[in-house]
Design a protein around this ligand. Structure first.
Ligand SMILES: *Cc1c(COP(=O)(O)O)cnc(C)c1O
Length: 407
């Protein structure tokens, strides 16, 4: 029953192995200078996982600070309108700071504290992970620097101001396209010099081992709660669970506790953008190929020379050319199905959920909503579909109004 035991207990699968491999994917592809910092982190995490005090502290912060458990909400009017399966929303939009990101940042800040590190750093694209990390830094009294591309700083200025208000320094990254992938490169480069007193808080289930495992475990609180709530409210497990996939952390978090339940279908939704042409989407599993990005092997969007391809999505949080290695593994195993939703479909779903349920979803989450609107109609009324509503959409209002007006 306690979340601490669930985090300590890897019952769903024995992976990754101790090299951090998920089948052929994952691993550690970093410069020599980072190896010892990653080994220290892996060892500290192993000891934390077996320490009941760590689990108890995490559960307490989840409850009292993040506001967990988040509700599982039956979306009655959306269900009626779609006319098929019963649709439920796992309300990560109600977590503190408005998305699932803080589940990970709080857990990693606790690890930083255990390692005696007084400073944390992070990369951010849309700013959501930067805000979550800045929040955790304020809570624990740690110094914090967040690396952010200059283009993203321009597009997401309210989140820059939020981080600064929380006492974090936002470090502009001019390199490359001035977006997320460049911010990660810079944060990893700086970590090589500062790892003696700095913990790097990676934001998704990507990067070198042990990050994909740690972030998955910290986010799996979503899935464990959802499992109990389904049994309570539906009387059984759901038929289908759908989540959007950027790096893949909210999806991994809700999927992981269900991986062993073969009767539950799991669907990840990538950003289909404007079209399936290179540069017009951010769908690494749907259109990518195996390659190394940011320290691990997974599906990556790349050109013929193996250079990382430009990406596009209406939602800044899905605008990333890679995906976590465990998703690549689940895809190849056939355990999780991956599909795409276009910018336009996501926008339509954003409006539909706002009108019908009074819930304004993040544009990222709207991708999952859009896919469920499509499939629930052809399912039976006694079937149940859960959408992981990864975040709230207030941050997206300017962008949506710019694109569609206030209709
Ligand atoms: C960051 C973010 C995402 C994408 O990240 P994942 O690691 O794929 O979960 C999705 N939804 C919201 C609301 C986000 O802030």
């Amino acid at each position: 029953m306690t979340e601490s035991l669930e985090i300590a207990n890897h019952k769903a699968s024995p992976i990754p192995d101790d090299q951090g491999r998920f089948g052929q994917f994952g691993g550690i592809f970093v410069p020599e200078t980072l190896i010892s910092a990653l080994q220290q982190l892996a060892a500290e995490y192993e000891s934390a996982r077996q320490d009941p005090k760590f689990g108890t502290k995490l559960v307490e912060l989840n409850r009292q600070y993040i506001g967990r458990p988040t509700p599982l909400y039956f979306a009655q009017r959306l269900t009626q309108q779609v006319g098929g399966a019963r649709i439920y929303l796992k309300r990560e939009d109600l977590a503190h700071t408005g998305a699932h990101k803080l589940n990970n940042a709080i857990g990693q800040a606790l690890l930083a504290q255990r390692m005696g590190k007084r400073r944390i750093t992070a990369e951010t694209g849309a700013g959501q992970h930067g805000v979550a990390t800045a929040t955790a830094a304020a809570l624990f009294g740690l110094d914090c620097d967040v690396y952010m591309g200059t283009e993203d700083m321009r597009r997401q200025s309210p989140n820059v101001q939020r981080m600064q208000l929380l006492g974090t320094r936002v470090v502009p990254v001019e390199a490359g396209s001035g977006t997320l992938k460049d911010a990660i490169n810079e944060a990893m480069r700086e970590w090589m010099e500062s790892s003696a007193y700095t913990h790097y808080v990676f934001g998704s289930v990507c990067g070198p081992h042990p990050y994909p495992m740690i972030v998955r475990d910290l986010q799996s609180v979503i899935g464990y709660e959802c499992r109990r709530q389904c049994i309570d409210q539906i009387g059984r497990l759901p038929d289908i669970i759908v989540a959007c996939v950027g790096g893949g952390s909210n999806a991994a978090g809700i999927f992981y506790p269900f991986v062993g339940d073969k009767e539950v279908r799991l669907i990840g939704v990538e950003a289909g953008g404007r079209s399936n042409e290179q540069g017009q989407h951010a769908a690494a599993i749907s259109y990518g190929s195996p390659g190394v990005l940011h320290g691990s092997l997974s599906y990556v969007l790349q050109d013929h020379e193996g250079q990382t391809a430009p990406v596009h999505s209406i939602s800044a949080g899905l605008d990333y050319p890679g995906v976590g290695p465990e998703h690549a593994y689940w895809h190849d195993l056939g355990r999780v199905d991956y599909t795409c939703v276009s910018d336009q479909q996501a926008l339509d779903a954003f409006k539909t959920l706002s009108h019908l349920e009074g819930i304004i979803p993040a544009l990222e989450s709207s991708h999952a909503v859009a896919h469920v609107i499509e499939i629930a109609a052809i399912l039976k009324p006694d079937q149940a579909v859960v959408i992981n509503l990864s975040g709230r959409g207030d941050k997206d209002l300017d962008e949506v109004i710019r694109l569609v007006g206030q209709d």
